[in-house]
Design a protein around this ligand. Structure first.
Ligand SMILES: [Zn+2]
Length: 292
């Protein structure tokens, strides 16, 4: 059987999947923050021990977490659980769990989960997209992840959409993420207007109720979404694109934004399905289990 662990900044979720992928047990605990790294390792150990006692047998363990394992140093980088950064997370995990572990970022876990038994299960090439507080992605072919030479496959969030555009934390300007993330949408609004929004959902609700300034920002967002996604489609031409993350819950994205795609994609008969995910917030933990 398979154990998946989704390690996030606020919670650690574990799942036990049976031989055919059926969910046997799932639970979550708060991520220990005060005690940092070793407390997180202990929490994962307790979770694996508990799930394995339910399974009654040795299980494989996959872990999904923001950030990635650097190919040269084998240390974790870019995690928003900052106490994990620059630590040999994979090696330490394997020592404490006494087995080989597989680790992938949350966008890759999302993609794998949707490719295996989610919205993309009948498609060969699946591009999984996360649009929320950040923008990420992953590519699955024949239900297996592409990872790439530098382990950056699918990282379209840091493709440059606008030269000299807004500054991104990665050091570039005008990255896709700075325009298509929820905070990016809000920044675009406050750039032109004085009203403040706490989150993109509130801004989109204002657009839905007819606020002309919010509608203008939303229209710009739709075009940016289509233009950015077309760059990926022109290269990998996926059989399906599955959206996840907070903004994927906004239904007009699948009609109003997608409507612009044929303007940007290099074909006269664009037909790629752009679908909402099936497993929602569970995709990360399910995908982690599916790493084996
Ligand atoms: Zn960037």
């Amino acid at each position: 059987m398979k154990i998946g662990i989704d390690l996030g900044g606020t919670k650690i979720e574990g799942i036990l999947l049976g031989k055919t992928g059926e969910e046997i047990k799932r639970y979550r605990v708060a991520t220990p923050s005060a005690d940092g790294y070793s407390a997180i390792m202990q929490a994962i150990l307790r979770m694996v021990n508990h799930l394995e006692s339910i399974a009654g047998m040795a299980c494989t363990v996959g872990v999904g977490t923001p950030g990635s394992v650097a190919e040269n140093s084998q240390q974790l980088r870019n995690s928003n659980t900052t106490c994990l950064n620059n630590k040999p997370f994979k090696a330490d995990l394997e020592t404490i769990l006494k087995r080989e572990c597989r680790i992938e970022n949350d966008a890759n876990c999302f993609t794998l989960s949707e490719a295996i038994d989610g919205a993309g299960q009948n498609s060969n090439v699946v591009f999984g997209v996360i649009i929320g507080t950040g923008v990420g992605g992953g590519i699955s072919v024949n239900q297996s992840l592409l990872t790439g030479r530098h382990h950056i496959t699918g990282e379209w969030g840091h493709n440059v959409l606008f030269q000299n555009g807004a500054a991104c934390y990665c050091g570039q300007q005008g990255c896709v993420e700075t325009y298509l993330s929820g905070p990016g949408m809000i920044r675009n609004y406050t750039h032109h207007n004085s009203q403040q929004f706490n989150n993109a959902r509130h801004l989109l609700e204002c657009a839905d109720s007819g606020d002309t300034k919010a509608i203008a920002v939303r229209s710009e967002y739709y075009r940016n979404f289509a233009s950015a996604l077309a760059q990926v489609i022109n290269i990998i031409d996926p059989d399906i694109i599955v959206l996840g993350g907070g903004l994927s819950n906004y239904k007009p994205l699948y009609t109003e934004a997608v409507k612009h795609l044929p303007e940007y994609v290099f074909t006269d008969c664009f037909s790629t399905p752009i679908c909402r995910n099936k497993h929602g917030d569970s995709s990360g933990v399910r995908g982690a289990a599916w790493l084996w």
